[in-house]
Write a protein of this length. Structure first.
Length: 584
C-alpha cells in the first residue's frame, strides 16, 4: 500500500532539513562551525574509522557525547566511489547535526593505518583522483577539509580557491621524528601552513620525554595571536597529556570506534586531566525558586554533568527571598542558575548583563557567569529555545510555516511570552492569545506589537466554536497549569480554558503543552482524539519542553551539548515515579 500525503510529509522531513542546512551553508547564513578563539571552550573531534558509517548509527548518541565535530576517515571507507561518499555523508547528516571534518590518510602513514594510495607528483591520474575526492567533499558541504602540507602543490592549489564556506585545515605530521617544538623549523612549518591559505593549522610531532609537552605549550603560546588557530599535539605515550591540554580540535577516542593510533584519550578522560591540573575548576549550579520541592532540574543537570565527566554539581535553593539568592550568586564558585517563580523578574536588578531575548520576553530563567565586557552575571531565557526546538522537530513539511500560518497561545504569563517569542522566531506572524484575564493578555500583545510591525498578534476574547481565526491554527501552545493543585496537593481538578475538539482543525498541526503535572493534559488528549480520526496532529508533552530548555541551559553553561539520551532516561524515570506517588 502506498503511503498517504501525511506519511510522505513525515518521511521527507529529514530531506527537507538537510536541504535547508546545505542552503544555509552555501549562502553563509549558518556555516555550522565550532568556535576557535582562546576564550571559547575546548573543541574535540572523533575520527569515525568504519568502512560503512551505517555501523555508527545504532550508537551515535553515546559516541557523540562531548564532541564538537565528527572526523570522517575517508581513506577507510569501503569504496572511493563519489556516489558512495555522498551516501555516507548523507547517512551521518541524517542522524547528527555536528559539523564534519574530511580526513584522508595515505598508506605511508602506517601509524594511522592509512589506506589511500600515496601521492606521487609524477602520477597525474592519481593526483587527479585525490583532488576529485577532495572537491567532492567540498560540493557536499562538509564544514572542514584537511589538506596535508606534504600533498603536491598542484592538489592544494586546486582546492583552496574553491573552498567556499568550508574551512581548510592545513596539517603537518612529523612521522619521521625529525623536529622538536623548540627548533626554528617548526615556526617555518606553521608559517608555510598560513601561506597556503589554510584557516586552521594542525601540527603533530613526536614526544620523546614528558618535557616535550612543555615545549609544545611554549610554542603554542607563541602563536596564540597568530593569523590562524593552531591545533598541536604530541604522538606517543609520553605525549598523551598534550591531547588534553590542546585547545582546538583535539582528537579523542571512544571504546565503540575502532582505534587507528595509540595514545588518544576519551573525552571524559580529557576532562578528568583538566580538572586535576586545575584547568577545569569545579563550579556550583542551582535552581532558584519557591516552592520547588519537585523540580526536575537537579536530576537533569547532575546527570548531564556526570555523563560528560564534568566536576560540577547542581542543587536547589528553595527560597522566596531574593536576598538569599543574591548571597549564593556572590560565592566564588558560582557557575550559574536556573530561575523560576517568584524570581524570574526580581533577579534582573542583580545582573550585570541581560540578553536581548530576556529583554523582549521580560523574564530570566537562566543566569550564567561571563567574562566579556568585564566579569559579571548574564540573565537569559532558554524557555523560548525549548519551545522553538520542540516546534521545529514536530512541524512536518505539510505544516511548514508560511505568511498565513496561525497560532494560538493559551495563557499570558512568562511562559506565554516565551511561547510568543518562539513562534515569532520560527516565522509565525499571525498569533492569537487567549487568557481568562483579558487585561494581562492585552499587555502581552501590546509589548510584542512594538517588537515588529509585521507581527499580527491579537487577543482572543472567547473560545467560541468555531474560533474566529482564519485559517484555523496549526500550532496551539498551552501555558496554563493542567490542574488547580500541584504534585503535593490532593486537588486534581483540571483547569478548563474552554478548549474543545472542534478547535483543532482536521488539517492537523502541533499541540505543545508546557504543564507537566500529568503526561496527558486536556490539550494533548484532544490532539490524540484528532489523530484517531485521521488528522495529523503531533502532541508535545510538557516534560519534553522542560528537557529541551534544560539542555539549552547545559550547553550555555558548559559549552557542551547535553547528553540527551542519558538525561531523558533519568528524568523520565524520576518523573514517572513522582506521578505514580502523586496518584496514590
Amino acid at each position: 500500500m502506498e503511503p498517504g500525503n501525511n506519511e510522505l510529509s513525515v518521511i521527507f522531513k529529514p530531506v527537507e532539513q538537510d536541504f535547508f542546512r546545505l542552503l544555509r551553508f552555501i549562502h553563509g547564513v549558518d556555516t555550522n562551525k565550532v568556535p576557535l578563539t582562546p576564550r571559547a571552550h575546548r573543541t574535540y573531534f572523533l575520527a569515525l574509522t568504519f568502512n560503512d558509517l551505517n555501523n555508527v548509527i545504532p550508537h551515535i548518541e553515546d559516541i557523540s557525547i562531548g564532541l564538537d565535530l565528527w572526523g570522517i576517515r575517508a581513506d577507510l571507507l569501503a569504496s572511493y566511489d563519489l556516489n558512495y561518499l555522498s551516501f555516507q555523508i548523507a547517512t551521518l547528516r541524517r542522524h547528527s547535526s555536528l559539523p564534519i571534518l574530511f580526513i584522508i590518510r595515505t598508506k605511508s602513514q602506517k601509524s594511522q593505518i592509512g589506506r589511500y594510495p600515496d601521492t606521487d607528483p609524477d602520477n597525474n591520474p592519481l593526483l587527479e583522483s585525490l583532488a576529485s575526492y577532495l572537491r567532492h567533499a567540498l560540493r557536499l558541504g562538509v564544514e572542514y577539509v584537511e589538506l596535508e602540507l606534504d600533498y603536491p602543490r598542484s592538489v592544494i592549489e586546486s582546492i583552496i580557491p574553491i573552498k567556499g564556506n568550508t574551512s581548510i585545515i592545513g596539517a603537518f605530521f612529523d612521522w619521521k621524528d625529525k623536529y622538536s617544538w623548540d627548533s626554528p623549523e617548526v615556526q617555518q612549518i606553521y608559517d608555510k601552513i598560513v601561506d597556503i591559505g589554510a584557516d586552521v593549522a594542525t601540527m603533530i610531532l613526536q614526544a620523546k620525554t614528558f618535557e616535550d609537552n612543555m615545549k609544545l605549550r611554549t610554542f603554542a603560546s607563541s602563536v596564540e595571536n597568530g593569523p590562524i588557530p593552531l591545533s598541536s599535539i604530541n604522538m606517543g605515550i609520553e605525549g598523551k597529556i598534550s591531547r588534553a591540554l590542546n585547545h582546538y580540535i583535539s582528537p579523542v577516542s571512544h571504546p565503540l570506534v575502532p582505534p587507528t593510533t595509540s595514545g588518544h584519550l576519551t573525552f571524559q578522560e580529557c576532562q578528568s586531566i583538566l580538572y586535576f591540573t586545575g584547568l577545569l575548576p569545579q563550579k556550583k549550579y542551582y535552581v532558584f525558586g519557591h516552592p520547588i520541592p519537585h523540580s526536575m532540574s537537579p536530576v537533569l543537570h547532575n546527570t548531564a554533568f556526570t555523563t560528560l565527566g564534568l566536576p560540577h554539581v547542581y542543587s536547589k535553593v528553595d527560597t522566596a527571598s531574593i536576598d538569599e539568592v543574591r548571597k549564593v550568586m556572590e560565592s566564588s564558585d558560582f557557575g550559574g542558575a536556573s530561575v523560576t517563580l517568584p524570581h524570574a523578574r526580581s533577579i534582573i536588578p542583580l545582573l550585570q548583563h541581560l540578553s536581548r531575548h530576556a529583554q523582549i520576553i521580560g523574564a530570566v530563567n537562566t543566569v550564567s557567569t561571563v567574562s566579556w565586557g568585564g566579569h559579571g552575571l548574564l540573565g537569559d531565557n532558554t524557555d523560548w529555545r525549548g519551545i522553538k526546538n520542540c516546534l521545529l522537530r514536530s512541524l512536518t513539511p505539510a505544516h511548514t510555516v508560511t505568511s498565513s500560518t496561525t497560532a494560538l497561545v493559551l495563557g499570558a504569563g512568562g511562559s506565554a511570552r516565551a511561547s510568543v517569542y518562539a513562534l515569532y522566531r520560527i516565522g509565525v506572524i499571525n498569533i492569537f492569545v487567549y487568557n481568562r484575564t483579558g487585561g494581562k493578555a492585552q499587555s502581552l500583545v501590546d509589548d510584542f506589537q512594538r517588537l515588529d510591525h509585521l507581527l499580527r498578534i491579537k487577543v482572543l476574547d472567547s473560545m467560541s466554536v468555531p474560533l474566529p481565526i482564519n485559517p484555523p491554527p496549526t500550532i496551539i501552545v498551552s501555558t496554563v497549569p493542567a490542574f488547580a493543585g500541584s504534585f503535593d496537593s490532593a486537588a486534581t481538578e483540571a483547569v478548563d480554558v474552554g478548549l474543545k475538539l472542534d478547535h483543532l482543525s482536521m488539517n492537523g498541526g502541533v499541540a505543545v503543552e508546557l504543564a507537566y503535572e500529568t503526561r496527558l493534559t486536556s490539550l494533548l488528549a484532544l490532539a490524540e482524539q484528532r489523530r484517531m480520526q485521521g488528522s495529523q496532529w503531533v502532541g508535545v508533552e510538557g516534560i519534553e519542553v522542560l528537557l529541551q530548555q534544560g539542555c539549552e541551559q547545559c550547553k550555555m553553561w558548559t559549552g557542551r551539548r547535553a547528553p540527551v539520551k542519558q538525561v531523558r532516561a533519568k528524568v523520565l524515570e524520576v518523573y514517572d515515579e513522582m506521578l505514580r506517588k502523586s496518584r496514590q
